[in-house]
Design a protein around this ligand. Structure first.
Ligand SMILES: Cc1cc2nc3c(=O)[nH]c(=O)nc-3n(C[C@H](O)[C@H](O)[C@H](O)COP(=O)(O)OP(=O)(O)OC[C@H]3O[C@@H](n4cnc5c(N)ncnc54)[C@H](O)[C@@H]3O)c2cc1C
Length: 505
C-alpha cells in the first residue's frame, strides 16, 4: 500500500468526492467554482469505482448498418424551466449548442386502460386537469370518477403537518380512479415507486402546499392559470426561456444525456480517478479523514491511503452506509434503511414503417392495475430528433421495480420475447426489431417512502463534521435535483473549509 499520499494535501485543502455520477461530478464542479469565488484554496479529487463516469447516465451510440442510433440506458431527459439546475449546468459547461428540447408538437401520452392505449386528456398537468373540455370528453376516467375528482373543490384541507403517502393524498382529494389512471402510472412511475408507500412531502410537496394555500388542487390550478395569464406580457416574461435555453419542458443533448458527463469530466480541474473505489473511511490522526482507495486505473493496480479535509459521499445510500459504519453508526443505520428497487430498460430499433410510431405521441404508461410485465413504453425517436436515422425509429420499454419485478429475473432472450409480445398486444407492432439493447439497473432506484425527509434530516444531523452525503437517495432523484443538491452541498463544504482555513492562519 502506498502511504505517501497521506498528509501530502495539507494545502490546498483536499475535498474527496466519492462517486462519479452526476451528483459527484457536479459537486466537484461547484466546489471548484465556489472555492474560487470565495478565495479558498481547494484541490478536489473524484473517485469512481466503476470503469466509466456517469453512474446511471449511460448513452450508447450504435453505428448500425442502417445508420446511427442514440440509445439511452438510463435517463433520457431532464426538466428545464420548473427545475432549471441541469440546464444551468449545461450552459456553464458551454453546452448551449448541444441542448436538445423535446418535440412538443408531438407531445401526447397514452395510459393503458383495459388493454388499450387511451390518450391522457390534453391539459392534464401532473395530476390535475387544466383544460376542462378535453378532460370531460376523455374516456380514460369514468363519469363517476370525474365527478369524484370534482369533489376536490369541496373537501377541506387535511389538518396537521405530517407526511402521508401519495396514494392517500390522491384518494382523499380526487378519488381512487384518479390514483389508478393518472397519479399511479404518471407520478409514482417517475419515481418507480409504490403510491401506497411513496412520501407526498418528499416527492410532490407542491400538491400539499396547494391544498393548504387554496383548499383544493383544482382551485389552486385555476388560480395559477389566472396568475400566468395576468403575468403574460409583463414581468412574467421572465418565465420565457432565455437565450440558449430550450423552450420545451424537458431536454437532453444532441448525442444523448451522457454529454453532460463528458462536459463535466472535460472541464473539471479535479483529479479524476475512474476505476478507483473507496473501500474504507476513518478519521485521520491529525484531523480530516483517511480514505482507503483501491482498484485499477490507466497506470495499473491502485491501493492507496488518501488524506482529505472534507469528504462528500455521492453514492447510493447503502454504499454510504457501508463506508460510515464505523465512523458514524447512527447515520449508517438510517442510510441502510433507505429502500431501493431494481429496474431495467430495453431499447428496440425499427424501420419506420414497421414502427410503433403509428400511434403518435411520446409513449404509453402502464398502470399497476393492468398487471403487465412492463411499466411504460417511450417513442424515443418521436420525443427527440437525432435518436434514429431517417426512415427509422427507436422505442424504449421500462420494466422491473415493484410493478413488474418478475421481468428483472428473465434472461435477455426471454425478456425480448415478452417485450415483443407486449408491443404487439398494446400497439400492434408485429415486426422484428433491427436490434435491441438491454440495460439492467440493480438497486438503482431509491424509494422515498413516507417520512423519507425525516430520515434524511436524521442522517444530516448525525453526520460528523467534514462528511456530507448528496445525490439521488436524499432530496430528489431527477438530474436537476441531483445538480441542485450538489450546489447546496458544495456551498456547505466550501463554507466549512473557509472556516478551517481561517483557523489555520
Ligand atoms: C433507468 C433509469 C431512468 C432514469 N430516467 C431519468 C430521467 O429521464 N430523467 C431524470 O432526471 N432522472 C432519471 N433517472 C434518475 C437519475 O438517472 C438518477 O437519479 C441519477 O443519475 C443519480 O445520480 P447520482 O450521481 O446521485 O448516482 P449514481 O448515478 O448512482 O452515481 C453513483 C456512483 O457512485 C459509484 N460508487 C458507489 N460506491 C462507490 C465507492 N465506494 N467508491 C467510488 N465510487 C462508488 C457508483 O459506481 C456510481 O457510478 C433515471 C434512473 C434510471 C435508473
Amino acid at each position: 500500500m502506498r502511504e505517501g499520499a497521506v498528509g501530502e494535501a495539507a494545502r490546498p485543502l483536499h475535498v474527496a468526492v466519492v462517486g462519479g455520477g452526476i451528483s459527484g461530478l457536479s459537486t466537484a464542479w461547484y466546489v471548484e467554482k465556489q472555492a474560487a469565488a470565495r478565495g479558498v484554496p481547494v484541490a478536489c479529487s473524484v473517485y469512481e469505482s466503476a470503469g466509466r463516469w456517469g453512474g446511471r447516465i449511460l448513452t450508447d451510440i450504435v453505428d448500425h448498418e442502417e445508420g446511427r442510433f442514440v440509445v439511452e440506458g438510463g435517463p433520457d431527459s431532464f426538466l428545464t424551466t420548473q427545475k432549471p439546475w441541469a440546464v444551468d449546468l449545461a450552459l456553464e459547461l458551454g453546452l448551449a449548442e448541444r441542448l436538445l428540447g423535446t418535440n412538443d408538437a408531438a407531445r401526447k401520452v397514452y395510459v393503458l386502460s383495459r388493454g388499450r392505449p387511451v390518450p391522457l386528456p390534453d391539459g392534464v398537468f401532473l395530476l390535475v386537469p387544466t383544460k376542462f373540455k378535453p378532460f370531460l370528453l376523455s374516456p380514460l376516467i369514468s363519469p363517476l370518477g370525474k365527478l369524484r375528482m370534482g369533489l376536490d373543490v369541496f373537501i377541506p384541507a387535511r389538518k396537521g403537518d405530517g407526511d402521508e403517502t401519495l396514494g392517500d393524498f390522491v384518494t382523499r382529494r380526487l378519488g381512487s380512479e384518479a390514483l389508478d389512471k393518472i397519479a399511479e402510472p404518471l407520478l409514482s412511475g417517475i419515481y418507480n415507486a409504490e403510491a401506497r408507500r411513496q412520501s407526498l412531502l418528499a416527492t410532490f410537496p407542491r400538491f400539499r402546499e396547494t391544498e393548504l394555500a387554496c383548499g383544493s388542487l383544482i382551485r389552486g390550478m385555476l388560480a395559477g392559470k389566472a396568475q400566468a395569464r395576468r403575468a403574460t406580457g409583463s414581468e412574467a416574461r421572465a418565465g420565457v426561456p432565455a437565450e440558449g435555453r430550450p423552450s420545451s419542458m424537458f431536454a437532453s443533448f444532441a448525442a444523448g444525456t451522457e454529454e453532460i458527463v463528458a462536459g463535466l469530466t472535460r472541464r473539471l480541474e479535479a483529479r479524476l480517478r475512474v476505476g478507483v473505489g473507496v473501500r474504507a473511511l476513518r478519521p485521520g490522526a491529525e484531523g480530516g479523514y483517511v480514505l482507503e482507495v483501491s482498484g485499477e486505473d490507466k497506470d495499473g493496480p491502485v491501493d492507496e491511503l488518501i488524506q482529505a479535509d472534507a469528504v462528500v459521499l455521492a453514492i447510493p445510500a447503502y454504499d454510504a452506509a457501508g463506508l460510515l459504519a464505523s465512523v458514524c453508526p447512527e447515520a449508517a443505520g438510517t442510510l441502510g434503511a433507505i429502500r431501493y428497487v431494481s429496474t431495467g430498460t430495453m431499447s428496440l430499433a425499427y424501420k419506420r414503417d414497421a414502427s410503433a410510431e403509428r400511434l403518435g405521441g411520446f409513449g404509453v404508461l402502464l398502470p399497476r392495475s393492468e398487471k403487465r410485465p412492463l411499466n411504460a413504453v417511450t417513442w424515443s425517436s418521436t420525443k427527440f430528433d437525432h435518436r434514429a436515422p431517417e426512415g427509422h425509429s427507436l422505442l424504449r420499454v421500462f420494466f422491473g421495480g415493484s410493478r413488474s419485478p418478475g421481468s428483472m429475473q428473465l434472461g435477455d432472450g426471454e425478456l425480448l420475447d415478452v417485450v415483443k409480445k407486449e408491443l404487439r398486444s398494446i400497439m400492434g407492432v408485429a415486426e422484428e426489431p433491427l436490434f435491441h439493447r438491454v440495460y439492467r439497473w440493480e438497486r438503482a432506484n431509491p424509494q422515498y417512502d413516507v417520512e423519507h425527509l425525516s430520515r434524511v434530516e436524521a442522517v444530516e444531523r448525525a453526520l460528523p463534521s467534514g462528511i456530507w452525503v448528496t445525490g439521488s437517495p436524499y432530496r430528489g432523484v431527477g438530474l436537476p435535483d441531483c445538480v441542485y443538491q450538489a450546489q447546496v452541498t458544495a456551498d456547505k463544504v466550501v463554507e466549512q473549509l473557509k472556516g478551517l482555513q481561517r483557523s489555520a492562519l
